[in-house]
Design a protein around this ligand. Structure first.
Ligand code: SF4
Length: 224
């Protein structure tokens, strides 16, 4: 039987809108996402500085056409259905079909976090244009290599799950726990997070136990 019920687009409050960039942070480490999007913590390291330089060019609004491909830089994106907002470095239009391209400074082997962000951009573009966006690309500045990404159903579902999880984290105002694993070595928020301590409550209790606490003042008379 055909479901004839109308599709209802949710009405999002401003505070419930999720930045597309938060999905990459969430995918890398939920606590990193919480530190940035709950506590507005952001610290640069070599990777973020490189990334910012690479993004500078891509974030200058601009539109060009070459060999039948229209290229739009710094395009604002949104999804009324998912409550996502953000900006694409580049969107190429091959005919009417949009293809998002994300600039990355490094040649990271682990690129699934960026791919999730890219997939979220594709979902926004599909909603905005009414055209399918089955694939995108990550441009690795360090290697000048373009990595094509095909979005499958699992990745699309993951975007929806991650969006709901980030929204719930912000609504609950709770910082996710630290992980203290190899991710922390390259994390720009390491010093703000202190995973070696934050991920091990027993260590914190041990440190507290070693602190010197002055004896409470008994309120008695001082000796003459
Ligand atoms: S230092 Fe580790 S636990 Fe903390 S935010 Fe970064 S990756 Fe997550």
């Amino acid at each position: 039987m055909i479901d004839a019920s109308p599709v209802v687009t949710p009405v999002w409050r401003d505070e419930d809108l999720v930045p597309i960039s938060a999905l990459e942070h969430w995918s890398y480490c939920p606590r990193q996402c919480g530190l940035i999007h709950l506590e507005q913590t952001f610290e640069d390291n070599l990777y973020t500085l490189r990334g910012r330089r690479v993004h500078e060019r891509a974030h200058e609004p601009d539109e060009t056409s070459e060999r039948g491909v229209r290229t739009v830089r710094a395009m604002t994106l949104w999804s009324p259905r998912l409550g996502l907002i953000g900006r694409a470095d580049i969107v190429e239009f091959h005919g009417d079909r949009p293809l998002p391209v994300e600039y990355k400074s490094g040649a990271r082997r682990e690129w699934r976090h960026e791919a999730l962000q890219l997939c979220a951009q594709a979902l926004c573009l599909e909603e905005m244009t009414g055209q399918p966006a089955p694939e995108g690309a990550i441009w690795h500045h360090a290697t000048r290599r373009r990595r094509p990404i095909v979005f499958d159903d699992a990745q699309r579902a993951e975007v929806e799950r991650a969006t709901a999880a980030v929204r719930a984290m912000v609504a609950g105002d709770r910082l996710p726990p630290a992980v203290d694993d190899p991710r922390c070595r390259h994390c720009s928020l390491h010093d703000a997070c202190l995973p070696e301590i934050a991920a091990h409550p027993a260590r914190v209790r041990g440190f507290l136990g070693e602190l010197f606490y002055p004896a409470p003042d008994d309120g008695g008379e001082e000796d003459g």
